[in-house]
Ligand binder design. Structure first.
Ligand SMILES: [Zn+2]
Length: 130
């Protein structure tokens, strides 16, 4: 249990969430897992996407993933890190603001990569339907 404090009241802390994921992988060897942390969304709605609280939470997520992804890769998993949306300075992620719609996409895999500089669409993973 680590990572809790006035600027990170989210529970579970990111490293604990990653540890739980690791335990589930060890114990059950699932074919597919989805880890969805809600902490960035919570702090973004509370403090805004351009706040020190939001940036610090992103650091917590980055730190936890940087410690966990090598373990998950050693287990044989491909790992995708992305987001379903970003966060604006207005504490929201609706509509089409770049801060809300342009999100990172990282693939940790031995799979063939696209050409450097290629722009990929999130719709290639999960198409949006209304
Ligand atoms: Zn939200």
């Amino acid at each position: 249990m680590e990572g809790y404090g006035a600027m990170n009241a989210c529970a579970p802390a990111e490293i604990d969430l990653c540890a739980q994921t690791t335990l589930m992988m060890e114990q059950n060897a699932p074919d597919y897992m989805l880890l969805h942390t809600c902490s960035a969304d919570t702090l973004g709605h509370t403090f805004g996407g351009d706040s020190k609280e939001y940036r610090r939470q992103i650091w917590h997520i980055d730190n936890a993933l940087s410690r966990s992804i090598p373990v998950w890769r050693d287990f044989g998993y491909d790992v995708i890190v992305t987001a379903d949306h970003g966060m604006t300075s207005d504490h929201w992620h609706g509509r089409t603001a770049r801060a809300a719609t342009e999100v990172p996409f990282y693939l940790f895999s031995d799979a063939e990569a696209p050409e450097e500089g290629d722009e990929l669409s999130q719709l290639g993973i999960a198409a949006w339907r209304q």
